[in-house]
Design a protein around this ligand. Sequence first.
Ligand code: GLN
Length: 534
Amino acid sequence: MKFYELSAREIAQKVRSGELKASEVLEKTLSHIRAVDGQPGVLDSVSLSQAEENKVHAFIEVTESLARQQAEEVDRKVSAGEDPGLLAGVPISIKDIFCIEGVRTTAASRILSNFYPPYTATTVAKLQAAGALIVGKVNLDEFTFGSSNESSAFQPCPYNPWDPSCAVGGSSGGSAASVAAYEVPLSLGTDTGGSIRQPSAFCGVVGLKPTYGRVSRYGLIAFGSSLDCPGPIAHNAGDAALMLQVIAGLDPRDATTTLVEPSNYLGALEQDLRGLRIGLSPDYAHIAYPDLETGEVSYEPLQAEVNQATLDAAEALAKAGVEIVEGIPMPNSRFGIPTYFVISRVEAASNLHRFDGVKYGYHTDKPVKDLNELYRLTRAEGFGNQPKLRILMGMYVSASQHSAHYYHKALKVRGMIRNDFVQAFDKNGKYALDLLMTPSTPTTAFKRKAVFGNTVLMQYSDQMNVCANHAGIPAVTTPAGFDAKGLPLGIQFIAPEYREDLALRAAHGYEQATAGAAWRSRRPVVLGQGKEQA
Ligand code: GLN
């Protein structure tokens, strides 16, 4: 086994016991990043040599000195006999949407390209307090608006480690790619409408969106404040559980964090699959496109291998003692994307008002005659196309003359979507499910440039994910094999609120049930270009 394949739990255990030094882990990690990552994303894109076509480009910045200081501190604690924390010596990449004091935080936008926050996000502070080594900021779609990472103002955007001509997904694409290429065992991402799970599925890794309010949003640059959830991206459910254990919990700085105590996520992995009731829904076996004029819905099939992977997974789970319940009705899931289109744009437009060239961030260089012109030029020059589109749509659908027709209707439909889950999970109801299992994405990773520019089509790649955001409930994606092109397939477990433990238990049980499968030993092609790490 290569050094870089050590799991986060193995690294932490070895560092905590003194068998391995955090500084040694860091040097090996930095040398692997140097070997596989290539040109980082930069504001004014650079031309790439042929060799760069097989690199990952996950990072915007490698925070080498920050990580080195932390590694020294962890090593000092271990030798002094102090507790270095649950994540001692574990290298972690951070989606560049979380503030870290003194470290440039860009949201992959020109408008924040010179922003050095004076404070650190609660999640990052908790990771640091647990001994994690923050090795860098990774790329994303601008302000997390996208499903391919291509909308980043920092180019090159990440390339898929399994096939660099394919997209990594988004918006936490740098996070998913950095884990998939074994640059780090863990990354911190965010999920507003699928942004942890869709790129994790495209890159063949595990991604968990927690319950809304389970993890603090303080210090996370906001997109959709009623939807945003920070969460872990990892190689396996156990490492995701470890990160969640550290970042979950009440935060006095985020009034939407819950009073419900976090569960024992690591402990949940010790329970096997027997006794779980997991549902399959025909409403997750196709994509629904509502006609915007008539409201009629037409359906298109998913990639056949995606459906098949879900059925094969159900069979493997049944063999391991799960009761599979077919035919669960989720009738309102077909409205998930249109509803998200409205709600997320309204919240985005509202959250983006603060970027005005006055308080912080980019400021136009052009002479201006008044404050309005300063706002206008700063925002015109500083925002890319996605933020502009989303501001326009968000303002339109929430305008007083339109809001009853769009925004308020979307809020009602959101309630109906949530109710589908409440009924499916009701312990006294007809279905009494512990979990719903679905494909993670309608297709495997698409080619770079193939969908970029078509906002509607791009948004539909989140159709399997977005309803969990509307309902505020947890969901995890886990790898489930490869398609004929060698691209990763994923399955998703959706759980009732605060039951991340169930989602992780199912994902872990599925990993064990398929541990001997040949596809589990495949490794991404970009590692072929990397240096051997004995
Ligand atoms: N792809 C979705 C969008 O573009 C989801 C983004 C997210 O979850 N942050 O809005």
